[in-house]
Design a protein around this ligand. Structure first.
Ligand SMILES: [Zn+2]
Ligand SMILES: [Zn+2]
Length: 312
């Protein structure tokens, strides 16, 4: 069956995202003449601290999938780290990701490579308004466990201020070269690594599990994204705290979670079982949506959210 492609002419441009993404890329390019080895080291250090802890461990495995638990005060600390990533409001991040799993690679997936192509899944889906995005009541139904915390509303509202808050510290430490590389270049690189999890790992690589979506395992995304590249494993069992499941699938974030568990800061950790012991009926799959039934990508969220409200 030929996949129906997304008609972007029918969608409204999201100027806030377009301008924000353009500005961060212009500033990342502008950082190049400011290169020093020290600034590069600061960029890499912050990248490999904020990306694994803030984005993959916290936004993804803890808040989106509840693959483990931490004390509430510590969850707030971790979420603040996540806000340093500059990846937009945490509430929307988590809601959109839960939507991605529920409708993965169907027409209602917010960023399916199957229907929109590589660049759509990587970044251009952000250039358009999604129907659910404009109504917090709609997407808020996906995240009742987060909307009840006023701190997450605060972090969502002020996410860019939090992301920029380390600029004065960087400036005092090393002037403009530290700001340009430690902030803007680092945020741009982190965005692309997160976006590769939506694009490359739904397009290339190998599969351990026969999921109905196109999720796949890509080693270089796993290395850059602290284990997130083992994405087929993740889609197959989305609330498992470990994404690497074979001996060669190194998963830095899983090691960090085990470290937190060891010192008593993480508990109820959803542990992996060997791949061969996972039965077909234990594999998570998205809601089936046929291309014949739905005319375009962004209809009927309301109906599905009503359904989901009875599940979460
Ligand atoms: Zn995915
Ligand atoms: Zn996920």
């Amino acid at each position: 069956m030929k996949n129906k492609t997304i008609d972007t002419k029918a969608l409204k441009p999201h100027w806030g995202n377009i301008i924000g993404i353009a500005v961060i890329h212009i500033l990342a390019i502008a950082a190049i003449p400011f290169f020093t080895w020290k600034a590069f080291a600061v960029c890499m250090f912050l990248f490999f601290v904020i990306s694994p802890i803030g984005v993959t461990l916290t936004y993804h495995r803890l808040l989106s999938h509840r693959a483990f638990k931490v004390p509430q005060w510590f969850e707030y600390v971790l979420a603040t780290f996540g806000a340093l990533s500059g990846q937009g409001p945490v509430l929307l991040w988590v809601a959109e990701h839960r939507l991605h799993h529920r409708f993965s690679d169907s027409q209602k997936d917010p960023h399916s490579a199957r229907h929109g192509g590589f660049w759509w899944s990587h970044v251009t889906h952000l250039f358009y308004h999604k129907e659910f995005e404009d109504d917090q009541k709609l997407w808020g139904r996906y995240i009742p466990d987060l909307t009840c915390h006023s701190y997450y509303h605060f972090l969502s509202k002020w996410n860019f201020a939090v992301a920029l808050s380390i600029a004065p510290v960087l400036f005092l430490m090393g002037g403009w070269s530290f700001v340009m590389w430690g902030l803007f270049m680092r945020i741009a690189l982190m965005l692309h690594v997160t976006w590769f999890v939506n694009s490359a790992t739904h397009r290339w690589g190998y599969r351990n599990f026969d999921t109905k979506d196109d999720s796949s395992n890509v080693w270089w995304v796993a290395l850059l994204g602290a284990g997130e590249g083992w994405h087929n494993n993740h889609h197959a069992q989305s609330n498992c705290a470990a994404h690497g499941r074979m001996w060669w699938e190194f998963d830095l974030t899983w090691q960090l979670i085990k470290g937190l568990e060891f010192v008593g800061l993480a508990y109820d950790v959803k542990r992996p079982v060997p791949v061969k012991q996972v039965k077909a009926q234990e594999i998570d799959n998205a809601v089936e949506v046929t291309t014949d039934q739905y005319g375009n990508q962004f209809i009927d969220y309301q109906e599905e959210i009503e359904l989901l409200a009875n599940v979460v």
